[in-house]
Design a protein around this ligand. Structure first.
Ligand code: ZN
Length: 286
């Protein structure tokens, strides 16, 4: 489903090791490996942050200062493989909406880490999407502009992406992958015979935890994005119109919600409607 984050900035893959060890060495290595595996889990427990606006507690394994260099590095890598649009009405529109949303984030006290906000327009008429990296680096594909239609529609999408960066969703997802990997490795270290169930465990983990949790992040980005667009002076009711257009484009069908990493359009619209009494006064006062 459109509107998601970019691929992970840092993968949790571990290097393979072909060297041969004696049994003692192997035991020692296993013990130290177990200790090392527990460290990130301890760090996760220690690194509990509160997401602004929604007040949700999140485990993020590194401090917010690390978001900027992490995102900037991934940004250069991703942009190298994309067609960046450098001028024209689309670039002007995206920059105009970005400026207003970043100012709104500042006024709402949502940019305490002082992110280096930056957005690029990527030429891909078939890609109705946008993404944000940790630290405030974003991109909007030209394929979403016919659906956003105007500045308010674009503010729905870009507010959602700013919200992902503000709520540190990419960093949180990396912590979640570390945790998943850690549980798996500790489990198979304690009981090697469980290894054959590891794959099944990962599928279960994905369906019961990762996907619902990804949907929660999407809902949270919608939620915070709505506050951002209202504070920036865009009518939050436009978010309903936007998701109706997305729904029409998808033909009303698509992946069942429980299998998807994104909430259904119907859920998103209902959630936005429920938040309107909170955000309309912000819009009217902006
Ligand atoms: Zn998203």
């Amino acid at each position: 489903m459109p509107i998601h984050h970019a691929p992970n900035a840092r993968s949790a893959a571990s290097a393979s090791d072909d060297r041969v060890y004696s049994d003692d060495e192997r035991r020692l290595r296993r013990a130290s490996r177990r200790a090392r595996l527990l460290l990130p889990i301890a760090a996760l427990v220690a690194a509990c942050v509160t997401v602004p606006i929604t007040g949700r507690s999140a485990f993020v394994p590194f401090p917010v200062e690390d978001d900027k260099p992490l995102g900037a590095e991934a940004y250069d890598e991703i942009l190298a493989g994309e067609k960046v649009v450098t001028s024209g009405p689309a670039v002007q529109q995206v920059n105009r909406v970005m400026d207003r949303l970043v100012e709104a984030a500042d006024r709402l006290g949502l940019d305490e880490a002082d992110f280096e906000w930056e957005v690029r327009v990527l030429d891909a008429p078939d890609v109705p999407n946008a993404w944000a990296l940790p630290g405030g680096k974003m991109a909007v594909y030209t394929g979403i502009l016919p659906i956003t239609q105007d500045d308010a529609g674009l503010a729905v999408v870009m507010g959602h992406e700013l919200a992902h960066a503000i709520a540190r969703h990419g960093a949180e997802r990396m912590g979640q992958q570390m945790l998943q990997q850690g549980i798996l490795e500790i489990g198979t270290a304690v009981r090697p015979d469980w290894a054959e169930y590891a794959e099944l465990g990962l599928i279960g983990f994905d369906l019961l935890w990762s996907r619902p949790w990804g949907r929660n992040q999407e809902s949270e980005a919608d939620h915070i994005g709505l506050f951002l667009m209202a504070e920036a002076g865009y009518d939050p009711r436009e978010a309903i119109e936007f998701w109706q257009r997305m729904n029409q484009m998808a033909g009303g069908g698509g992946t069942p919600e429980w299998l998807s990493t994104h909430p259904s359009h119907g859920t998103r619209i209902a959630d936005i409607e429920a938040l309107l009494p909170e955000v309309l006064p912000i819009y009217e006062g902006s």
